[in-house]
Design a protein around this ligand. Structure first.
Ligand code: SF4
Ligand code: SF4
Ligand code: SF4
Length: 205
């Protein structure tokens, strides 16, 4: 097999493997402008997303540290339909740290303060645990470090936060450095993806 044939064969094989791995995982793929093959994260392989593993000690931060971009093309995304809107969200608060005088954890979990907490309805100051909140990722700050994703799992979280490649940011490197260093082969090629719609604030809709 000559070089061009071999490259095409490998690309086709890689796409098929990823399509099979992504099938049935419920992944919502982001969208990209690049007409070439895109990179995607397979949720049930990724150390941070897959269920059954919690604990900040085991977080994989390769998606945050190994992208060639100054701020990685990977972001955390909260699926609001799945989120429990918990008052003490283990992705928002450092639930292993000390408690504050208000009965809530004293520190936030995200090292980049990239999670926005917005009360839903009126806040009852006398019954904090009976209040509910919307949690949104500020994508201008998030670098996809995965800490919040790792914490949003049983028993305290519902798994509503995952990591996604933002296809309008990713420059579609031929040899993605995240894919080369991913410990679980969870970063792989899929077909071309269209450009995303963006809000005025720069987030995705
Ligand atoms: S292909 Fe390049 S820009 Fe895209 S996630 Fe990988 S390293 Fe980052
Ligand atoms: S992935 Fe990391 S930087 Fe992004 S919101 Fe979660 S904890 Fe913050
Ligand atoms: S490098 Fe692989 S295992 Fe680590 S966070 Fe990224 S996709 Fe998940």
């Amino acid at each position: 097999m000559n070089d061009p044939d071999r490259r095409q064969f490998l690309q086709r094989t890689g796409r098929t493997t990823c399509a099979v791995a992504l099938g049935g995982t419920g992944i919502v793929l982001g969208r990209r402008a690049c007409s070439e093959d895109a990179w995607a994260i397979v949720p049930n392989k990724c150390v941070n997303i897959r269920l059954g593993v919690t604990g900040s000690e085991q977080v994989c931060d390769v998606c945050a540290t190994d992208c060639v971009l100054p701020l990685s093309a990977v972001r955390a995304v909260n699926d609001h339909a799945e989120c429990g809107r918990c008052c003490i969200c283990p992705a928002y608060y450092d639930v292993r740290g000390p408690m504050g005088p208000d009965g809530l954890p004293a520190k936030k979990l995200c090292p980049r303060d990239a999670i926005v907490r917005t009360p839903i309805g009126e806040v009852d100051p006398y019954d904090p645990l009976n209040n509910f909140y919307e949690y949104t990722i500020d994508e201008s700050k998030c670098n996809g470090c995965g800490r919040c994703v790792m914490e949003c799992k049983d028993p305290a979280g519902l798994g509503s936060i995952r990591l996604e490649v933002r296809y309008d940011l990713c420059v579609c490197c031929n040899q993605c450095s995240i894919a080369q260093h991913c410990p679980e082969e969870a970063y792989c090629r899929i077909g071309p993806q269209p450009a995303p719609a963006r809000t005025l604030e720069g987030g995705h809709v």
